[in-house]
Design a protein around this ligand. Structure first.
Ligand code: LLP
Length: 874
């Protein structure tokens, strides 16, 4: 179909089409908004405005019941009449004058002789009443508000296409498509309408044989698109109750981003695979006629919304992920007729015979697997059983239900595969039944069991952002997160290093790379924990950062210290004079015997995590008190490499062997006074520790001698603006709840990262700025030897040019170090000031935990220096 040439109304600047759905037309203040927007568009652009409306919310459902012959149809009609009368009264209009004739027509449909047999033309007329009523009362109201608003019957303008051969009678009347190209006479008639502003109905059109035809699902969006295409409109705006299309369903992924601008093909794919905000049918008419579309929020018209147009920025990358439930997979194995001409046709003929439309297809030498989308099919058990019986004649049939289809949508999927390794690893835990990549390179779909899909989308969404596969830094395309728009975001406090910038620049002058730690921040985190955590003792896991000043500050705040090696034990006693050994935990893993020996000799609390140690060194443990570390069989954490629970983890005694340990300990007179678990680091799920406490309490009761439960560390911090700050209150509340259930035990935590990550920055000088094949890189005098987290865990750290903190960061750089390893990269495609130059002082944020502590002299590069800031700069 050739695009319609945009036809400009000569007296004005063409047409703009605004569509409002049910919730947008059911309240008076919403009609005020409609009026304001129509007037504003006309004034701003000089265009004439066509408003397309749905029925008041809920009305079409009632009309559907009446059209279906509900036994209480008379009552339903009465209810609808009353609903509209009430609303007209609320609008301050004369009910009889405005709606009298329309309501009489509605009542009249029940008295119509056709009501007895309910032919499809009568049903269409019934269904169309809602829009006729809402548009009529809306036009009348807006006129009383002083608008030059005309009313027109959509059936005078939208013509249903002649019936297709394979169309059912039902869809020929109740799910029609319309003509969307207009001749000069049509334009002349339309433009001749006297008012600048016009209102009409969505959902209805003229049937080729006369009377009403219905557009079917998504009807009003599609009506607006048809009008937009027919008029060659400047724009079609779909006004709804969400701020636009998002990179995922915001109810499932609160971090989903607003998609500010999309091409038609991407938008089509996103709507087809799940987004409900726009009906997929409505895109083609606008696409074919080059009419831009926008999705906007009626309650918040100031938000940018989503624009769909031909010239949308062509940024490759994943734009959205979606999930469809209830998908059925049908797999046919051992197909006897493989490679015979027409064998696939034979298979698909059977799907056709049962009226099933196939969504995705995967074939191999001996297998054909197809997916059936429930939204396109009537998937009753009977239909599936009948299909299976027929398919059995061809091969072995397996029906897999219920499945979920997880789809990644975006341009250039094929060139992204190398960035999707984390995504594939997210699926690694699930059974993937089928992977399908569309030939238009817009869509990659994984089919998994529906139960496995729960909770997967937020994880996938995060992984796509972290890997760079979803390019959220592209401001043209990606807008704010849903939870920001929803007002659920606490603004991130300005980090301490903004205030300390002059001092940091001075410190950098003394030599870089250099870590700087801000003790007031350490104390603030310690106090925040003390204020809420319902625990009896807090220890600091010194492996995160063992700088003596930090250890002393935390001991002064009442924290004990948790150590994992003899080296750490010696270090704490050397750093904190007079430290009481009862305030020290020793939690080694696979340590040599003498470390346990020294631990007991120093008088610290020793934790054991295996039976073999007791058996091998009975004399070491005889008569001692120990804590026992248990692997509760599940783990968590910001990266697979910091997950310390479950079968793949080396830590902790298997829960299956607890009784064995207890027996071995008893035989030695060893008393288990504490139970310990630490199942991962950077855990975002606040319920994680509550579950641990509950599970440990169960073991403690069985053992009988236990008085303390240590639920480890693992509290996360927000490394990037995308991370939700940890909800300390929710965490504390869940601990308080579980404590109340197990009051007999003392509770202990041992966080590391939470206390120190945000107190530390790594300062470095830029050494070189280099362009290579279109990529700009800034090199630092610090590399992965100074901070290994990005190389090891793909960890995110914010990076700024401290020298040019006030300049806009608008150029994209990869930030790299001097080490001879490809993984020596602190961040890819990060925004920095365009003037970033050698000699600038750069700052890597949130490096206080596992920064210097994990540094090395690899490549014979020196360890970074360390400095402490102890009082606030004021
Ligand atoms: N307790 C035990 C027994 C631990 O093994 C750890 C950390 C902690 C407590 C403290 O965990 P935190 O609160 O800091 O999450 N290098 C990794 C983190 C490894 C954590 C090792 N164990 C990173 O940079 O993310």
């Amino acid at each position: 179909m050739s695009p319609a040439s945009p036809k400009q109304d000569s007296a004005t600047g063409g047409w703009i089409v605004l569509k409002f759905g049910g919730t947008s037309v059911s309240r008076r203040h919403r009609w005020d908004t409609i009026g304001r927007l129509a007037k504003k568009r006309a004034e701003e652009t000089g265009a004439r405005v066509l408003v397309v409306v749905s029925a008041l919310s809920g009305v079409t459902n009632e009309l559907t019941a009446i059209a279906d012959g509900a036994s209480d149809s008379a009552q339903r009609v009465q209810g609808l009449v009353q609903r509209h009368l009430d609303f007209v009264a609320e609008l301050g209009l004369d009910a009889e004058a405005v709606l009298g004739a329309r309501l009489a027509a509605l009542r009249g449909l029940l008295d119509d002789p056709r009501a007895a047999t309910r032919p499809l033309d009568w049903q269409a007329e019934v269904l169309g009443q809602g829009e006729l009523l809402s548009s009529t009362l809306g036009a009348a109201y807006l006129r009383t508000q002083g608008l030059d608003m005309g009313w027109t019957d959509a059936r005078d303008w939208l013509d249903a296409l002649p019936p297709q051969a394979n169309q059912s009678d039902w869809s020929r009347r109740l799910s029609v498509s319309c003509q969307w190209q207009a001749d000069a006479a049509w334009h002349a008639r339309f433009d001749a309408q006297p008012t600048r502003l016009l209102i009409t109905q969505g959902f209805i059109a003229r049937h080729p044989e006369g009377g009403t035809a219905i557009l079917g699902r998504g009807g009003s969006d599609t009506s607006a698109a048809y009008f937009g295409a027919l008029l060659g409109a400047n724009r079609v705006e779909i006004w709804t109750d969400v701020p636009g299309m998002f990179s995922a369903n915001p109810r499932e992924v609160p971090d989903a981003r607003l998609l500010k601008r999309l091409g038609y093909a991407e938008a089509q794919e996103i709507t087809t695979t799940g987004a409900k905000v726009l009906h997929p049918r409505s895109i083609k008419p606008c696409r074919d006629s080059g009419v831009p579309m926008a999705i906007l929020d009626t309650e918040r018209p100031e938000l940018p919304g989503t624009t769909i147009d031909r010239s949308a920025a062509t940024v490759p990358g994943v734009k959205a992920i979606s999930r469809r439930n209830g998908v059925v997979l049908v797999s046919v194995e051992d197909i006897g007729m493989w490679q015979q001409v027409g064998y696939l046709a034979e298979v698909f003929a059977l799907f056709r015979k049962h009226g099933l439309s196939v969504d995705m297809i995967g074939t191999s030498q001996t297998n054909v697997t197809v997916s059936l989308d429930p939204s396109e099919n009537l998937l009753s058990e009977n239909v599936l059983a009948a299909l299976a019986t027929d398919l059995e004649k061809i091969g072995r049939v397996k029906v897999i239900v219920p499945c979920a289809a997880i789809t990644l949508v975006g341009r250039g999927m094929r060139s992204l595969l190398h960035k999707l390794s984390e995504v594939f690893s997210s699926f690694g835990h699930e059974r993937v039944h089928m992977i399908s990549q569309s030939s238009n390179d817009l869509n990659l779909t994984f089919v998994i069991d529906e139960a496995d899909a729960d909770g997967l989308l937020p994880e996938l969404h995060g992984a796509l952002i972290d890997s760079g596969a979803m390019p959220v830094l592209e401001k043209e395309v990606f807008g704010p997160r849903w939870r920001e728009l929803d007002g659920a975001v606490r603004p991130r406090p300005v980090p301490w290093w903004h205030r300390e910038r002059p001092r940091l620049l001075q410190m950098a002058a003394a030599g870089t790379p250099r870590y700087v730690y801000h003790l007031p921040t350490v104390r603030a985190r310690a106090r925040a924990l003390k204020a809420v955590a319902p625990v009896d003792q807090r220890y600091y896991a010194i492996k995160a950062n063992s700088h003596p000043a930090i250890l002393r500050a935390l001991v002064d705040e009442g924290f004990g210290l948790e150590c994992v090696s003899l080296g750490e034990l010696r270090h704490v006693f050397a750093s904190v004079p007079g430290l009481d050994p009862r305030r020290v935990l020793f939690t080694p893993s696979f340590a040599p015997m003498h470390e346990y020996e020294q631990g007991f000799a120093l008088g610290v609390t020793v934790t054991v995590d295996n039976v073999e140690a007791l058996r091998r060194w009975p004399e070491l443990f005889r008569g001692r008190q120990v804590w026992l570390r248990i692997d509760l069989g599940h783990g968590d954490g910001h990266h697979q490499k910091v997950n310390t629970g479950g079968k793949d983890s080396k830590f902790g005694l298997s829960a299956q062997r607890v009784d064995e340990f207890v027996d071995a300990a008893r035989a030695l007179g060893t008393t288990i006074t504490g139970l310990h678990a630490h199942l991962g680091s950077g855990v975002e799920n606040a319920g994680h520790w509550r579950q641990m406490c509950d599970e440990l309490a169960g073991f403690a009761r069985r053992i009988g001698t236990v008085s303390t439960l240590d639920i480890g560390g693992g509290l996360p911090i927000p490394y990037s603006a995308d991370d939700e700050p940890f909800d300390l209150d929710a965490w504390a509340a869940s601990l308080a709840e579980v404590r109340a259930v197990h009051p007999a035990f003392g509770l202990v935590i041992e966080p590391g990262r939470y206390l120190v990550a945000e107190c530390g920055v790594l300062l470095a000088h830029a050494t070189q700025v280099i362009e290579k094949d279109g990529v700009l890189r800034v090199g630092l005098d610090a590399g992965m030897n100074a901070l290994v987290r990005p190389a090891l865990y793909d960890a995110w750290h914010d990076i700024v040019n401290l020298q040019r903190l006030d300049e806009a960061a608008e150029a994209m750089f990869d930030i790299v170090g001097p080490i001879c390893e490809s993984s020596d990269i602190f961040g890819r495609q990060r925004p920095l000031p365009a003037a970033t130059a050698p000699g600038d002082v750069m700052l890597i944020a949130d490096a206080g935990a596992y920064g210097h502590a994990m540094a090395s002299t690899y490549n014979q590069r020196e360890l970074p220096a360390e400095d402490v800031i102890d009082e606030s700069a004021g």
